[in-house]
Design a protein around this ligand. Structure first.
Ligand SMILES: Cc1ncc(COP(=O)(O)O)c(C=O)c1O
Length: 431
């Protein structure tokens, strides 16, 4: 850590001071010989687990053939095979095309470029509590000021933001219609509908705290988009590839996005991202208008095909649903015991608890959440927090986790909650 602090700037934050030596399935061994259960999965990149056997075999096989060529110079089959697979998997019974990129932020940047090229309109509407990445356009679309935006102004122009359907932090009784109405309002208050190229949304907020909107919400949003010739982009960078019990969270909401951005678990541990969308939309930018040197790297393509095969053959969609159900059962018991557990939510294995100081006022329990994450890693469990108010513990455990490992990890969270709740109680009686 001393060497890290001397050699690396402070901005790329480490959530735990654990230096990894090796990893397998749902666990990580550190350089001191400690074993950790991994409930973070490299922030949702390891739905199929660390070093999934099909992925490591596919990488080795590709290593013997060729590494970087640049798809723009000398194309290769792996890129096309990934595109074909994603075109088939993405929801929507229409012709689709896919471009490959390196990271989630890059996928978002490209989706915006494509939407503008297709509609010939400038504006993009995004949501409060959204996270779309750290590059200039993606950061402009991201919601949370600290640490993602402060000091990095000015942002990209033509970005407009509306509230998300965050029921727990909205007035009780707010209906889907009322939530969706924010979009219609924006056309009056902020930007003319005919200037809007696209609305971009995470079907389940990731960094924003695993917020799941009502099931009919995105149908309402997409209907408004269609009425005004606006494209709907689903950012499934975190929610895709079995995380929610389906290939894409969009499927839970019965929508067919015009474009979907993907990354993270698509690569099974290798960097790769994609935008999949309606063929006519994807073909709008001119020849040479999109791309990048390393986009769709051969090793990443091999890994992605193997990751997709693993999800298909190892039943990880069903497993994700089971992980989510088990989490919910355990978390409901925590909520009964400790008012600190304000909200329990999730979709399949994308699940979380939101912690509050007071069940009525719902004051975010930020420092307590930090204490819980710290307790967890000190007791062998790597977790990460989320939420605009830094008060959410999110579960991104590799779906290959065994039932025993899952309970072992949940036991640590339970003990952490008990410890923090007891400390609060003790502080109260001292006062
Ligand atoms: C929904 C969403 N979009 C985009 C990104 C950015 O992805 P990357 O970090 O690969 O650039 C993230 C990363 O957490 C994300 O969760």
């Amino acid at each position: 850590m001393v060497r890290r602090e001397a050699a690396v700037p402070r901005a790329p934050y480490n959530t735990t001071p654990v230096f990894a030596a090796s990893a397998e399935g749902a666990s990580i061994d550190d350089v001191d010989g400690n074993r950790y259960l991994d409930f973070a999965g490299g922030i949702g990149c390891l739905n199929i687990g660390h070093r999934a056997p099909r992925v490591t075999a596919a990488i080795q096989e590709q290593l013997a053939k060729h590494l970087h060529l640049c798809f723009a110079v000398t194309p290769y089959e792996g890129y096309i095979a990934v595109a074909e697979k994603l075109n088939a998997l993405a929801p929507g019974n229409f012709a689709k095309k896919t471009i490959l990129l390196n990271t989630g932020a890059e996928a978002v940047e490209n989706a915006v470029k494509i939407a503008r090229a297709y509609t010939k309109r400038p504006a993009i509407i995004c949501f409060e509590d959204a996270f779309h990445g750290r590059t200039m356009m993606a950061m402009s679309l991201t919601s949370k000021a600290h640490p993602y935006k402060a000091g990095f102004e000015p942002f990209a122009s033509d970005v407009y933001r509306i509230p998300f359907a965050y029921s727990y932090r909205s007035e009780s009784g707010t209906t889907t219609e009322m939530f969706a109405h924010h979009l219609e309002n924006a056309f009056k208050r902020s930007v003319a509908a005919e200037s809007v190229a696209a609305v971009i949304a995470e079907p389940v907020l990731g960094e924003g705290g695993f917020v799941v909107p009502p099931r009919d919400y995105f149908k309402a949003i997409q209907a408004i988009c269609r009425k005004h010739g606006i494209l709907f982009i689903a950012d499934e960078v975190q929610s895709g590839f079995a995380r929610t019990g389906k290939w894409f969270a969009s499927e839970h909401f019965g929508i067919e996005p015009d474009m979907i951005t993907m990354a993270k678990s698509l690569g099974g541990g290798m960097p790769i991202a994609a935008v999949t969308g309606r063929a006519e939309v994807m073909d709008a930018p001119g020849v040479g208008g999109l791309g990048g040197t390393y986009c769709g790297h051969p090793l990443s393509c091999a890994a992605a095909l193997a990751a997709i095969e693993t999800i298909e053959k190892d039943g990880l969609l069903t497993r994700s649903t089971a992980v989510g159900k088990h989490f919910e059962t355990r978390a409901r018991a925590w909520q009964k015991k400790w008012p600190l557990v304000g909200d329990i939510r999730g979709l399949g294995g994308m699940c979380a608890i939101e912690l509050v100081r007071n069940a009525q006022t719902r004051e975010p329990a930020e420092s307590e959440t930090k204490q819980i994450a710290e307790y967890c890693y000190k007791h062998g469990l790597i977790t990460i927090t989320a939420g605009t108010f830094n008060n959410v513990i999110r579960i991104l455990v590799p779906l290959v986790v065994s039932d025993e490992q899952l309970d072992e990890g949940l036991d640590v969270i339970e003990a952490a909650l008990a410890s923090v709740a007891e400390q609060k109680q003790a502080a109260l009686s001292h006062a």
